[in-house]
Design a protein around this ligand. Structure first.
Ligand SMILES: Cc1cc2nc3c(=O)[nH]c(=O)nc-3n(C[C@H](O)[C@H](O)[C@H](O)COP(=O)(O)OP(=O)(O)OC[C@H]3O[C@@H](n4cnc5c(N)ncnc54)[C@H](O)[C@@H]3O)c2cc1C
Length: 463
């Protein structure tokens, strides 16, 4: 199979906005959302401080504060495009460090909704690598920004405000491990990027605000991951495998992707009571029970190079900051702290990248917009982006028996139609390309309803 040659074009950033003198912004959390927010803020503030609870490793290695980093992470094509805009040359550096460029329908053996996706070279690509490799490259580039200071081993414990609590004025931090001392870091803007476990709802409540309302879709998903030595001979027809379950009763997922240093990352998982066991026999049995045999065949011969790692993911969780009538000025929330999605749809990092763009857009208009209105504009823009991804992740999850939660109006009809799209991708390259563009966040889900696409899909459904 020819090498995919279509690197994602880097979106060009508009000219840098001069930073306002003597201004300071703080970001809580130095994972993907925090790093991206810090990159944006460095264009708008004289100083930016990144506060991170973990010690940040020198090399490429997973860390305690990002436990999901040990599991398969796929970066959407759109996310890669945005990242290259902020960090020119990032993709080339990642490939030089061992990332593999995959043409999605060409290199991926992908079984979904009862059939294999049609195989063809499309130019629609993704980069396959470990999550720590990606994060390390982004982190190193952020650290090189001249107006950024990183405070690893520091934990944000609460917010500081003005006397009437209408404005956040900083963050109180303590060292990790705690030594009994705390420190006030004053700032003109504080951004919470501390992930799903964010304490923003509790901090706001403490200040006399309401907590944000939440939407949840309970899926009880479990991931079990192990690394293996790559052996191209046992997978001659593809570079990666992704086997999705056939709903409603089948609930097991399996994926194998190449990562740097000649390894495969294999993640097996499932909804509710269909988690993959973390032992040799149980792991293989889970692979054998997937809807297609390919991954099991490879695993039977593969040489493991790591232990099993397990991660539980209880629910899609969305915090509706955009609906809050009263919210302190100069405080924002990004990334998983605002919304965390079922990981099998691989949306989190791309949504964080979109939010960073929304933050940039808001800050570019800051001079002409009062602080309260700017905050509202940011949360509204972020919610619009989250809506698109939430419809895919939370909506699709309702296909599976036992999934419960906030179901948007029209979900069943949309799922019926998208189910027909899935079937069409088994035979039709044009529909497959249209679907992949939505999956990779290059097009809005509504693009699947364009008349030409809909006609082909519905004709196929009738046949
Ligand atoms: C199993 C799994 C697989 C996933 N796979 C994918 C995928 O394939 N593709 C994709 O795009 N996304 C995926 N995601 C989601 C992705 O990992 C996140 O969306 C992404 O990391 C952005 O999260 P974040 O930066 O907001 O938060 P996190 O990654 O959770 O990071 C939060 C950071 O804040 C720090 N922190 C927390 N509290 C404090 C505090 N009080 N003070 C200072 N620091 C603090 C933590 O140490 C950590 O560094 C997956 C998630 C899971 C669970």
């Amino acid at each position: 199979m020819p090498e995919p040659t279509a690197p994602v074009s880097a979106a060009r950033r508009p000219a840098r906005v001069p930073a306002a003198p003597d201004t300071h912004a703080i970001v809580i959390g130095a994972s993907m959302a925090g790093l991206l927010a810090a990159r944006v803020l460095c264009d708008h503030f004289a100083r930016v401080t990144l506060v991170e609870r973990d010690a940040l490793p020198d090399g490429v290695q997973a860390r305690k504060g990002v436990p999901q980093g040990r599991h398969l992470h796929v970066l959407h094509t759109k996310g890669e495009e945005i990242l290259n805009g902020w960090f020119p040359g990032l993709s080339a550096d990642l490939v030089a460090s061992g990332a593999t460029r995959l043409d999605i329908p060409g290199d991926l053996l992908w079984f979904h909704l009862g059939g294999y996706n049609v195989r063809f070279q499309s130019g629609l690509t993704t980069l396959a690598m470990s999550r720590p490799l990606l994060e390390t490259h982004v982190y190193r580039r952020v650290l090189r920004l001249p107006n950024l200071v990183c405070r690893p081993r520091h934990e944000a414990i609460t917010l500081a405000t003005n006397p009437d609590r209408s404005r956040v004025t900083g963050v109180i931090v303590r060292r990790v491990p705690a030594d009994g001392c705390t420190e006030l870091l004053e700032a003109d803007l504080v951004v919470d990027a501390s992930g799903r476990g964010s304490r923003s709802p509790a901090w706001l409540e403490l200040l006399g605000y309401r907590r944000p309302t939440e939407s949840t879709v309970t899926i009880g998903f479990g991931y079990t991951t192990r690394l293996y030595r790559q052996d191209a001979a046992s997978l001659p027809q593809a570079k990666a495998i992704f086997i999705q379950p056939t709903p409603p009763q089948q609930k097991r997922v399996g994926a194998l992707f190449p990562i740097e240093e000649g390894r495969w990352i294999v993640t097996l998982g499932g909804y509710r009571d269909h988690h993959a066991p973390a032992d040799e026999q149980g792991f293989l049995a889970h692979a054998r029970a997937l809807c297609a045999p390919d991954l099991h065949r490879v695993l039977e011969r593969a040489e493991p190079v790591s232990d099993f790692i397990v991660h539980g993911f209880p629910s899609n969780l969305r915090r509706h900051y955009e609906r809050m009538r009263d919210f302190p000025e100069r405080y924002l929330v990004v990334g998983d702290a605002m919304c965390s999605f079922n990981p099998i749809y691989a949306q989190g990092m791309t949504v964080s990248a979109w939010e960073a763009e929304a933050l940039d857009g808001m800050l570019r208009q800051r001079a002409t917009t009062p602080a309260k209105a700017a905050t509202r504009a940011y949360f509204t823009a972020a919610a619009r982006m989250i809506d698109k991804s939430w419809r895919i992740a939370a909506g699709e999850d309702f296909r599976y028996a036992g999934v419960a939660g906030s179901k948007a109006l029209g979900t069943d009809i949309i799922n019926w139609y998208v189910g027909r799209v899935h079937k069409a991708t088994h035979r039709d390259p044009a529909i497959s390309a249209a679907f992949i563009k939505v999956l990779m966040s290059l097009e809005a889900p509504t693009s699947l309803f364009k008349p030409g696409t809909a006609l082909t899909v519905l004709k196929g459904a009738r046949a």
